[in-house]
Design a protein around this ligand. Structure first.
Ligand code: ZN
Length: 70
C-alpha cells in the first residue's frame, strides 16, 4: 500500500499495476504522503499487500528523482 495526498494520486498510481484507491476516512489518521510528507488522504493498494521492501524501493526511486530535479 502507498499513502498519498490529493496532489500525488497520479504519481502514486504509476508505481502500481491495477491499483485500488480508497479515500482515508479515519479522522485521526496520521500517515504521510510517500511523495511529499503531507497528511495522506488516499490509500493506493493491490488486493495483496505490498511488501515493505517494495515500498522502500519506491521511496528510494522517488528520492533519486527528486534529488535529480533540484
Ligand atoms: Zn503528496
Amino acid at each position: 500500500m502507498l499513502l498519498v495526498c490529493k496532489a500525488h494520486i497520479k504519481q502514486g498510481l504509476q508505481y502500481l499495476n491495477t491499483p485500488h484507491i480508497v479515500p482515508i476516512k479515519e479522522e485521526n489518521f496520521k500517515g504521510c504522503c510517500v511523495f511529499c510528507q503531507q497528511i495522506a488522504e488516499y490509500k493506493l493498494f493491490y488486493s495483496i499487500p505490498i511488501p515493505k521492501s517494495h515500498r522502500l524501493k519506491v521511496q528510494e526511486m522517488i528520492q533519486r528523482i527528486v534529488s535529480c530535479s533540484h
